[in-house]
Design a protein. Sequence first.
Length: 395
Amino acid sequence: MTTDVAIVGASAGGLTVAEGLRRRGFTGSLALVDAEPELPYDRPPLSKHILDGRWPAERARLRTPAELDALDVDARLGTAAVALDVPGHRVTLRDGQVLGYRTLVVATGLQAKRLPGGSDLAGVHTLRTLGDSERLRADLLTARQVVVVGAGVLGCEIAATARGLGCEVTVVEPAAGPMLRLLGPQLGAEIARLHVEHGVRLLTSTVVTGLVGDAGRVVGVRTGPGTVLSADVVVVAVGQRPATDWLADSALALDDGVVCDARCRAATDVYAVGDVARFGSGGAGGARGVRLENRTNATEQGLFVAARILGAVGDAYRPVPYVWSDQFGTRIQVHGSVPVGAVVRVVEGSVPDRAFVAHVEAEGRLVGVVGWNSPGRVRTARALLTASETVPSPR
Ligand SMILES: Cc1cc2nc3c(=O)[nH]c(=O)nc-3n(C[C@H](O)[C@H](O)[C@H](O)COP(=O)(O)OP(=O)(O)OC[C@H]3O[C@@H](n4cnc5c(N)ncnc54)[C@H](O)[C@@H]3O)c2cc1C
């Protein structure tokens, strides 16, 4: 069977491509393939309101069954793609079906990295899917001591939520501070303060060397010879990697993501969107291009690619990256980026009041705007950033 457009990955990015096509009047056939059996759902709530129990799982759904029906897609949920034949225009699915396409969109996102040993012990979690969030919540409800490995955005959010559920939480991070990649040292120190004030034990410059188990269940985290942190639950939040294993034997170029040109095209009749796409290589994003891991990009890039599939010409894809995070009732918003060595200047509000907007400058240019409990004010400041034509430059 041949479909006009096949989209592999039915989450934020893939679903947006499908909707973008229909909204622009596309009447051809559309197939939406996903390894997970669930209807498309959103991931940001998984570390926040789904994990803390304030939302039922259904609230994370991106669309209702009726809305999905109205899209008129051949939804193949619960069937992973396992191989791609680019010249033959064919995707092979795990159940043996072969799906022919005229245009393919790769939207397979990321998968969680694991620690080298001990990941199979009960009580050890990663967080990427709805099922992960539900299993972690069930464990947190009876846990006393929780160790979160990794103080990136995800690790910090999980730590905050676990603390809110009454757990004793220790965060272990090899770098000198939390969320340094997103925020840099100055604002990372504010995250550290926020966590410590709420009773989180933050161990920075500390490397996890192994997990300790007893009768198949995790009981601790080793951080050096003779040093073990007791734990009933361990959450491994040490980063994620693009879900491209299924493309290993395809003709697509892979380099920590699917390599695309500035218009998100990976090969003839193949595009990539969302967390999996490394776009703009050789262009504004530098030799390697840029891969963004944020929710807003998945939508913006999905809409861009839908337009391209329908023949839109014009500019390269050049978003201003935007990431938000919610921790202990504090909303942190980053437009643009905070590159290494950037100067961070508070321009409105104040750090002691825990409500401010900061400008981020590098090489004399405004490259980022950070809001701390200041959603309205940061929106205004963001307009300056768009005008300055910031090139995404994550570390
Ligand atoms: C817990 C959590 C919290 C987050 N919080 C925030 C936040 O606060 N702010 C923010 O900006 N961003 C946040 N993010 C990031 C944001 O959710 C992602 O940027 C966004 O989901 C990317 O969408 P995507 O469609 O590119 O990929 P994904 O959402 O990863 O979707 C990829 C889909 O592809 C499917 N898939 C993978 N391999 C295959 C295969 N071989 N065959 C078929 N299907 C496959 C997967 O099952 C999945 O459904 C968070 C992410 C997580 C995990």
